[in-house]
Write a protein of this length. Structure first.
Length: 311
């Protein structure tokens, strides 16, 4: 897949429009429709999207994505897209009325043969452009428009908003059915205060990424991936109230089951499978250790009952 950061003239494409945060199972249907249309007509497919979500510019928000931006690009590529136009959402784009965005950006630069979006796609200043507008201009601009209807799983609409809600609630159990993978974060292991070792629960610590949606604080069953090997784990996500109340960013402490080794300054991926309990403050380290023993036993039983969890 070729990545472009500026508009250029590239006609006769099967276009796909959207931000695609998470590249969830609904997004994949949208992307694959654009790819299939391109293949049927011996054309190239392209995604038109932005480096950061438009709300980051419009509302001066700090990004709170479902997956890291680099993973979003990789997953879009995995659907078979040929080109991605990764544009800056700036003042010029923000001020374009919908009709002008369609005419002076999409049609002018791409003269698309096909345009595919999800059912809830909006564009242009004030989000005045929508699927009805894209449909109504088909004949005038010579493209065919495809609107992908809502995609559901078990009567639940698959959407980025729903996935964010589940993450913020700590409801990790069913996210994989919507997202296509378990919710995860990545980070480099940092040196902690090593208190975990004194109670026989050494941990790999990483700072929670600023640009990822915050999961609720607590203890989770998780899978830690290190150098393409996956390990069962329990993780505490929070501010360590028993030891020290951290006022800064969330800290993730991962205790890998049946693992010994030094992994400081190495990159790991932590996938959340199930929340065990909320974060709590204990009166002493022995009390904390007693609860961690129970947490570990619960996690081990989980992995016995869910033998594919490490796949």
């Amino acid at each position: 897949m070729q990545i472009f950061e500026k508009l250029d003239y590239n006609p006769d494409l099967s276009l796909c429009l959207g931000f695609f945060d998470g590249v969830h199972q609904g997004h994949k249907v949208v992307l694959k429709n654009a790819v299939n249309l391109a293949k049927q007509c011996s054309l190239k497919s392209a995604v038109i999207t932005f480096k950061e979500h438009p709300l980051c510019y419009l509302q001066n928000r700090t990004p709170q994505y479902i997956i890291p931006p680099q993973d979003r690009i990789a997953l879009i590529e995995a659907q078979g897209i040929d080109y991605i136009y990764l544009l800056d959402f700036d003042e010029d784009i923000a001020d374009l009325i919908a009709a002008d965005y369609l005419k002076d950006v999409l049609v002018k630069y791409f003269k698309p043969r096909f345009i595919t979006t999800g059912f809830n796609h909006f564009f242009g200043a004030g989000k005045k452009g929508d699927t009805s507008m894209l449909r109504s201009y088909q004949n005038e601009y010579g493209y065919k428009y495809f609107e992908i209807p809502p995609i559901t799983y078990d009567n639940t609409l698959i959407s980025s908003s729903k996935i964010r809600q589940l993450v913020s609630e700590g409801s990790m159990d069913n996210i994989k059915n919507l997202l296509g993978t378990n919710f995860y974060i990545k980070g480099r292991v940092i040196t902690g205060n090593r208190i975990g070792r004194t109670i026989s629960f050494p941990t790999a610590n990483i700072q929670y990424p600023d640009n990822i949606i915050k999961a609720s604080r607590g203890v989770y069953i998780a899978v830690v991936e290190l150098d393409d090997t996956k390990y069962p784990a329990i993780v505490n996500l929070g501010k360590r109230p028993t030891i020290q109340n951290c006022s800064h960013n969330l800290l993730l402490e991962a205790h890998l089951l049946d693992f010994e080794g030094n992994i400081y300054d190495r990159d790991i991926k932590v996938s959340f499978l199930k929340k065990i309990r909320n974060e709590q403050k204990f009166s002493s380290l022995p009390d904390l250790k007693s609860q961690l023993v129970k947490d570990e036993a619960f996690a081990r039983e989980f992995f016995i009952q869910n033998k594919t969890a490490l796949n």
